[in-house]
Design a binder for this molecule. Sequence first.
Ligand SMILES: Cc1cc2nc3c(=O)[nH]c(=O)nc-3n(C[C@H](O)[C@H](O)[C@H](O)COP(=O)(O)OP(=O)(O)OC[C@H]3O[C@@H](n4cnc5c(N)ncnc54)[C@H](O)[C@@H]3O)c2cc1C
Length: 480
Amino acid sequence: MRRIAIIGGGFTGTAVAIRLCDSVRTQLSITIIEPREELGGGLAYCGNDPDHRVNGTHELLVLFPDDIGHFARWYEAAGAAARDPEARAESGVRYVRRSDVRRYMNETLQETLDANAYGSSVHHVRDRATGARRVNHAVQIELASGCTIEPDLTILAFGGQRPSPPGTVTAEAQNHGGYVGDPFEAEAVSEISPDNAVLLVGTGLTAADVVATLSRQGHRGSITAISRRGLLPQPQGEVPDVAELMQRLARPVPRFIERHGEGLTLRAAVRALRRDMAAAVAEGRDLKAPFDEVRDAAGWLWPSFTDVEKRRFLRHLKPWYDVNRYRMVPQTGAIVAAMQASGQLDFRVARLAGLEARGTCLEALLVGRDGTVTREAFETVINCTGPKTMSDDPFIGALSDLGLARPDSMGLGLEVDGTGRVLDAAGHAQDAIWAFGLLTRGRFGDMTAIPQIAFRLHRSLPALGEALTGTQCPSSREVI
Ligand SMILES: Cc1cc2nc3c(=O)[nH]c(=O)nc-3n(C[C@H](O)[C@H](O)[C@H](O)COP(=O)(O)OP(=O)(O)OC[C@H]3O[C@@H](n4cnc5c(N)ncnc54)[C@H](O)[C@@H]3O)c2cc1C
């Protein structure tokens, strides 16, 4: 029996457990270390807000790239479709509740275990990995509770971390009753008094989710949302064909690279995208298609950029990339638009230069694009800057100190090889430590959403199976 520890039981960690039990022909004893009560939720799907929806259509919820209709079948059979008629947008496609993704992952895990012919098991340990030691040749994982685990193989599926406060927020303001540092904590948002003047720091999808929640709570006070560039998430465009997406991801060379060549500099890649977009406009096509082709090519483009180019992208282009990449579902878009039209919600281009506690209020120092400085009082200030990366996690730090991992040059995650094996300090890929999901962004560029995470995992299964059993697992069935 092979013992596997998966650290992090969000979508990625749970998907790894399901796919391993489903495809590896030997008995596995899998321990998922995850502090949350339920598996399969993580930061994205742990909540129960009925207005928080998956931002792609339900066809994009691909856990098995070789069976892309799996989620849709579960959704009907489990009665989730009947419970949520509002999931259907005017266009006829469905944008499901994020809580349904968590249910799907749990039920699929259970079904997979029930059907498993090798007697593999999955054990959820509600704890946090905080340290690592080397014991003989194995890695011993230290947990916050003081317990330890010594697996044969460790899989890191940490995902994103709770948001950190913007640097300009004083410690006193952070401790003020009106400051909500983590909008993913449902209780903190539900306790906001309906007449409060609210400031949202950030105008991305997190802010849109908060607006949807406040609207449902009957919020009457003003809501001001600020960001440096004032970029708002784009509405969802044409409905993607998921079979085509999987085939595009499975291409040996992405279309964008085929057309414009390998080893592009950042400048050359941006110019090539502009040309593709101009051609799409001329032909009356949706601009999303050329953008999606760049996203598909991220795993080729990102490693070929120099560190200076990567930094330039993260500083100047990422906000633009994000608003095109992470689009707003029509249901949330309608709530946001109605609040804007009534004058209750105001999006502004401004930077938060300071936040101080002043009695029952928080005073924000806002600097507009033209440099105009205003001081404004809000009863509630919500940090909507989104999840932060994982590179400062103590467990990652412990692995790095042991020479068993090294952060990528941008601090997005860890260096891995093309299948997800974590590189040690000397740059050697290790068979006993793997990473999937957000932690691998430094290698694959864009590794945030479900289709990309599931596809990458699918691609890595034969190698992962081989590391576990010495023989390739038969799961390398082609996609779709
Ligand atoms: C609010 C939000 C909405 C999103 N919506 C969508 C969407 O609509 N569609 C889409 O495709 N993608 C969406 N995403 C992207 C999301 O990143 C992926 O879909 C996916 O959920 C990532 O899962 P994960 O397991 O890698 O990360 P996470 O969901 O972040 O889960 C990681 C888990 O690791 C655990 N963990 C962290 N550190 C430790 C430790 N030291 N020890 C033990 N456990 C630890 C955490 O508790 C957490 O549960 C969204 C993300 C967010 C934050």
